[in-house]
Structure formats: C-alpha cells, structure tokens
Design a protein around this ligand. Structure first.
Ligand code: FAD
Length: 359
C-alpha cells in the first residue's frame, strides 16, 4: 500500500456514517474507545436516499429538533385489482438528513472523531491499515485494531475483502407537492414494479413517491415512476412539479454468510440487514450499529467471543424475518411478467400486510 502523508492510530475505525455507523460510533465512543468515523459524503446525511419512514418503536430517535415531520396512522395497500386494504402500521415520517446528523452529533459529543468528505480508498486487513482520501485531496493512513463496515449496500470494505457482493434492487424516487393532508403510507403492488413495489409516503406538504424494481426485469425505472406520478396527479393527490429526485440500491438477499471477518464487523445495509420485501433498513442499521459498538467495547475489554456474540444476536433478532422475506421474493420471482402477477392473491402472498405472507 503506497504511504500516506499523515497517519493516525485508533482503536476503532468506522467506515460509513449513516444510521448504522453513526450509532456504532456513539456507543463505542461513550464506552471510552478511541473512534474515527469516515464518510465520503461532504455533509453527513446528504444527499438523502430514502423514503424517510420509521416505525413507531423508533420514535425515541426522532425527538431532536427538525427530525420528526409528521405521524403516520397506517398503511394502505393497493392491489392489482385496485382494491385498497388498510393495515395498522403506525410510524413517523422524518427528515432523514437531520436524523443521520443527530446520531452523528451524539457520537461527536461522546468523543468520536468523525470526518466527512473522507472516502476509504485502500484497505490492508492483514496489517489493519486503511487509507482515506480527504476533501482536500490528501491521502491519510489510519491504523485500527477493529473496523466496523457501515458503508451501505455496495460496501467498499466488502469489495476490498473480496466478499461476494450483496444482491440488490434499484429504486427511483421523486419528491412532489402533496395536495391534501395525508396520514397513511400508500403501497402499490403491481407487475409494473417487478421485484419491488411503488410507494407514496406523505411528509408534511410534500410526499416521497417512488418505486423499486429488479433490474433483471426492468432497467428503466423512470417510465414506470412517471406513470405512477401521472396517476397520482390525475387522482388529485399530488402536484405535477418534481421538487427532488433520488434513488439508490437496496439489499434484498438477506444477511451475509458471516457478519465478521477477522477484525472487521458488518452492520446495517453492508451486513444485508435490510428487509428484502419492504426495503426498510433504518431500524436494523441503528440496532446493529449500537450492538456492534457494544461488541467493540467488550472485545477491547478482552472478551474474544464478543464478535461471535454480536453475530448471534443479530441472527436471533433478524434471521427469521429476513429468511421469510427472501423466500417470498423467490416465489414472486416465478410470477413477475406472467398473467399470475395480475391476481391479487399472488401479491398478497408477497406483502407483509397480509396473513398469507406469514402463513
Ligand atoms: C430510495 C430508498 C428509500 C428507502 N426508504 C426507506 C424507508 O422509508 N425506511 C427505512 O427504514 N429504510 C429505507 N431505505 C433503506 C435505508 O435507507 C437503509 O437501510 C439505511 O440507510 C441503512 O443505513 P446504513 O447506515 O447501514 O447505510 P447507509 O445509510 O447507506 O450509510 C452508508 C454510508 O457509507 C458511506 N460510504 C459508502 N462508501 C464509502 C467509502 N468508500 N468511504 C467512506 N464512506 C462510504 C455513504 O456515503 C453512506 O453515508 C430506503 C432506501 C432507498 C434507496
């Protein structure tokens, strides 16, 4: 590895400062570890790549100023027949940038040294050395004893370790003006979104309108999103103007075969913890980040089983739900682009609002 001009030594290096990495940094720094966290984003939390819904049990994380935007009472699922089914699924719409920034602020307060605009470019896991390219172009070397990979679905750490890439679906989202007060999240299940679904999540005076679809079936997400947008305009729910555009990858293959390799621990999307059917991953990122921060403390206290315990804990909490979701995706994969996908029954089996999903 070419020599970096400046060098740092640290107990714990965290790559990625989304909810997973930020939570890990907050816990580990509060426990007294020396922590450096790096994120390639110039401003933490921005740009947002999220529909910004969190379930009610996460309300405690939305108390800081500017995080909570509106409450959600339930979910309306629209089936191929256009039948709409209401489910109690309360939660909160958040300002995701503020959410991530609040977690990062807590980590900084606890003593973590967080660098924005700092991209991991090289990793030598044998020697526990990383190189980071900083905003000013400088290459900085960081020697670590433990590394937490919280760098999202395309994890650069996983690539540098030579691990198998996670299976992902692609998404595209517009932020549009909302023309009426809206208290539910809307879900659209249709063969128009094979391997995914469409969503309208209200956020105060605007809404996040988006969709995910498997690239195997549909590479062009713009055309179906434009059609969904046009139909929402026609129904008088949203305005024509597009105020913002985003998108990104969502892991849909379930957990990695292992969650730690040597002194590297995976959390959040990088670990494959995101729900393969709903695409929700903020909760799992925070839970796994906090648990990994705790595991790091135990590991430095001499508990050599701490990383295995972390993995066992994550599997206990998430494996059953993730395995079921992966199985439903496989079933759905046999019906997309066939006449069966036009039947409500096929979609009910593949969506969490219905008993058939859990049967
Ligand atoms: C369009 C869309 C809508 C979504 N909607 C929801 C939703 O409503 N609710 C929900 O719960 N989940 C949603 N998700 C999923 C959710 O956003 C993720 O599960 C969550 O962000 C995972 O957090 P994380 O900390 O693991 O990873 P991330 O939030 O992805 O953070 C990873 C960080 O790593 C950084 N990084 C990457 N590579 C490097 C590198 N080489 N060097 C330094 N830093 C690096 C990135 O800049 C990023 O900040 C959505 C995802 C998408 C794409």
């Amino acid at each position: 590895m070419a020599e970096a001009k400046r060098r740092h030594e640290v107990d714990l290096l965290i790559v990625g400062l989304g909810p997973g990495g930020g939570s890990a940094a907050a816990r580990a720094a509060a426990a007294g570890l020396s922590v450096i966290g790096v994120d390639r984003k110039r401003q933490l939390g921005n740009p947002v790549q999220c529909a910004e819904f969190i379930p009610n049990p996460m309300a405690g994380y939305a108390r800081a100023d500017g995080v909570l935007v509106q409450r959600i009472n339930g979910m309306q699922t629209e089936l191929p027949s256009h039948a709409r089914v209401a489910t109690a699924f309360p939660g909160l719409m958040i300002d995701r940038a503020r959410f991530d920034q609040t977690i990062a602020a807590r980590a900084r307060q606890a003593g973590a040294d967080l660098w924005s605009g700092a991209c991991l470019v090289k990793l030598d896991p044998e020697r526990s050395q990383a190189q980071v390219r900083c905003q000013n172009g400088a290459l900085v070397g960081i020697g670590y004893r433990l590394l937490i990979a919280a760098d999202g679905p395309g994890s650069a750490v996983a690539v540098k370790l030579g691990l198998t890439p996670l299976e992902t679906v692609n998404t595209r989202q517009y932020t549009v003006p909302l023309r009426l007060p809206y208290g539910e999240t809307d879900i659209f299940l249709s063969d128009d979104y094979p391997g995914g679904y469409g969503w309208l999540f209200p956020k105060g005076e605007v809404a996040n309108l988006g969709l995910g679809a498997d690239r195997h079936y549909d590479r062009d997400l713009k055309a179906p999103l434009d059609r969904l947008h046009a139909s929402m305009v026609e129904r008088g729910i949203v305005g024509r103007r597009i105020l913002g555009r985003t998108g990104g990858l969502i892991p849909v293959g379930g957990l990695r075969s292992r969650l730690h390799w040597g002194a590297v621990v995976f959390v959040g999307d990088a670990a494959g913890l995101t729900h393969p059917i709903t695409g929700a991953g903020i909760h799992a990122a925070v839970v796994s980040g906090e648990a990994a921060g705790e595991a790091a403390r135990a590991w430095f206290d001499g508990d050599r089983a701490a990383l295995d315990d972390y993995e066992e804990d994550m599997r206990d909490q998430f494996q059953v739900a993730l395995d079921r979701a992966v199985a439903r995706r496989r079933e759905l994969a046999t019906v997309w682009r066939t006449p069966t996908a036009g039947f409500d029954a096929a979609m009910r089996r593949g969506w969490i609002a219905f008993d058939e999903y859990f049967a």
